[in-house]
Design a protein around this ligand. Structure first.
Ligand code: HBI
Length: 98
């Protein structure tokens, strides 16, 4: 898995909504807030299954209705296409969770 090229960064990262850089790491971070724990956990279950299928696992933390997620690719030493793909998937599931 290769890291994102400067061109890929310039085009793909600004198109992700609400994902912020996470210095000093080459990573993306987002905090999602749901209606309650049930909604947060349902969302996490869907993301976990997608992550497993993609062999790409988020670093995340849940406190009741709040889920903090950090994406990076250890194998690439920074951001790769897998992070962009998982971020898109996460945003879709979050939207569906309301
Ligand atoms: N998940 N986020 C992330 N980054 C990785 O580099 C990674 C992973 N899940 C599994 C995985 N790599 C495997 O290829 C092994 O390196 C564990």
């Amino acid at each position: 898995m290769s890291p994102l090229t400067p061109d890929q960064r310039a085009t793909l990262l600004p198109a992700l909504h609400g994902w912020q850089p996470c210095p000093p790491r080459d990573a993306l971070r987002k905090v999602l807030v749901f209606e309650d724990f049930n909604a947060a956990w349902g969302f996490m279950s869907r993301v976990a299954l997608a992550a497993e299928r993609m062999d790409h696992h988020p670093e995340w933390c849940n406190v009741w209705n709040r889920v903090e997620i950090v994406l990076t690719t250890h194998d690439a030493g920074g951001l790769s296409m897998r992070d962009v793909e998982l971020a898109r998937c996460i945003d879709r599931y979050a939207e569906e969770a309301g």
